[in-house]
Write a protein that binds this ligand. Structure first.
Ligand code: AMP
Length: 466
């Protein structure tokens, strides 16, 4: 299959070719015709599958014909849970629409509202927004929704997790009843289906690349280590292997700050990205990391969600996530768009339960490899996929509403408290997407055989070779 058979016009095909895409990804092959046909769409696809182009390309195509956008209006509204994702989607729209004369704009919180209000006066064919700031803008009469033709909910599962549903419902009530709805979510869990019933109408359902299929492209291994020696191990891994670009996940904002300082003390350029940082600092950190000016980006889960960094070779779980599904999201930051990647988890004995949950979710025992000189005093037990029932995620601190830590973050995204999610939440009965066919890149994720691996078999590359 090629893009030209999908019903996209020459200016869009030109932009796709300039971007270097040769074959539509499975989600694109299914979503593009569905969106063009005018149907509502409900798609299970996570970041990394090419979903952004899956909805952006047909939307651009549809907008070519049609009425001009009016002042303080938008024809397409894309809602995302985080500012970083909003910025990325807006960037994709610019890229794919660069040979068209359509306007697009992105709005999110944490930055001044006035410039956004001024810019909205002209209206925007496509508006990308985080829900909180959009409601603020509506409250100030800077945006009205009468002209909305298409609504996209991106990462709807995260919107639920982050407590955005009341905002979304308020926004939905402001929109015209007759519109096309596109909903993208990493999973089709029960709560997502319940939400979908209130939004989409007789949707075309698309489901490709289950999370563990993405994980299959990533070389994963576990480095057992005592908690207090983790930062020394990380430093050694980075130095010994000359790792140039590493995304490191910590569980807490405080932990991210502390680790950043420790890395800097070891002469490793590092910066942290989390919800307590100002939007300016977050944007700067991401830009410096993408440009290679900073070697290590230390991130908490929510801040890193949806980040698309080209060819990111290494992901390190400094702490394991409390919710197993987040492991899959984390390691999905590498091996994107068919590339290969490596994910190492530094695991101490206290994290055995979390590790066991992850291994059960991905149906795979991760190979262990200790570092010479860092053998743990507290030994990490061997796991088994069947020996114990799934652990209930530890209860989180009570949800204090949407008020954020830090300045300027009254409503938006990344610092919002996350609700508990069951590990099963990430399981999905999904249809496998077709392969890219011609053996050319990109090689989109294939299905993972539900095979059991022994802890000793299939030894992972330690990533220590140069
Ligand atoms: P997304 O899932 O939308 O975040 O996209 C993940 C990555 O895949 C981005 O870096 C895109 O530029 C890239 N991508 C999207 N579609 C294609 C395609 N058809 N061929 C190659 N790369 C693609």
């Amino acid at each position: 299959m090629t893009f030209s058979t999908l019903g996209l016009s020459a200016p869009i095909l030109k932009a796709i070719a300039e971007k270097g895409y040769e074959t539509p990804s499975p989600i694109q092959a299914e979503a593009i015709p569905a969106v063009l046909s005018g149907s509502d769409v409900m798609a299970a696809a996570q970041t990394g599958t090419g979903k952004t182009a899956g909805f952006t390309l047909p939307i651009l195509q549809k907008l070519i014909d049609g009425p001009k956008v009016r002042a303080n209006q938008a024809r397409v509204l894309v809602l995302t849970p985080t500012r970083e994702l909003a910025a990325q989607v807006a960037e994709s729209i610019e890229t794919y629409g660069k040979h068209l004369s359509l306007s697009s704009m992105v709005v999110f919180g944490g930055v001044k509202i006035n410039p956004q209000m001024i810019k909205l006066r002209k209206g925007a064919d496509i508006l990308v927004a985080t829900p909180g700031r959009l409601l603020d803008l509506h409250g100030q009469n800077a945006i009205r929704f009468n002209q909305i033709e298409v609504l996209v909910l991106d990462e709807a599962d995260r919107m639920l997790d982050m407590g955005f549903m009341p905002d979304i419902r308020r926004l939905l009530a402001l929109m015209p009843k007759k519109r096309q709805n596109l909903m993208f979510s990493a999973t089709f869990s029960k709560p997502i289906r319940a939400l979908a019933r209130t939004i989409v109408n007789q949707p075309v359902e698309i489901s490709v690349a289950p999370p563990n299929a993405t994980a299959a492209k990533v070389k994963q291994w576990v480095c057992p280590v005592d908690k207090k020696r983790k930062s020394a191990v990380l430093t050694k891994l980075i130095h010994d292997n000359d790792w140039g670009q590493v995304l490191v996940f910590t569980r807490t904002k405080h932990g991210a700050n502390r680790l950043t300082k420790e890395l800097e003390a070891a002469h490793i350029m590092a910066t942290a990205i989390h919800g307590n940082k100002s939007q300016g600092a977050r944007t700067r950190a991401l830009a410096e990391f993408k440009q290679g000016e900073v070697q290590v980006l230390v991130a908490t889960d929510i801040a890193a969600r949806g980040l698309d960094i080209d060819q990111l070779p290494h992901v390190v779980n400094f702490d394991l996530p409390n919710v197993a599904a987040d492991y899959v999201h984390r390691i999905g930051r590498t091996a994107r768009a068919g590339a290969e990647g490596e994910a190492v988890s530094l695991v101490c004995v206290d994290e055995f339960d979390e590790l066991a949950d992850i291994e059960r979710l991905i149906n795979q025992i991760l190979p262990r490899e200790t570092m010479d000189g860092f053998e743990p005093l507290h030994v990490l037990p061997a796991s088994s996929l069947t020996s114990r029932p799934p652990r209930k995620p530890k209860p989180k601190k009570p949800n204090k509403g949407r008020k954020m830590g830090g300045n300027n973050q009254r409503r938006d995204a990344s610092a919002a408290p996350k609700k508990k999610r069951s590990p099963q939440g990430a399981k999905r009965g999904s249809k496998q997407g077709e392969s890219s066919g011609d053996g050319q890149q990109p090689k989109w994720p294939g299905k993972v055989p539900a095979k059991r691996r022994s802890a000793n078999g299939n030894k992972a590359s330690s990533g220590r070779q140069k």
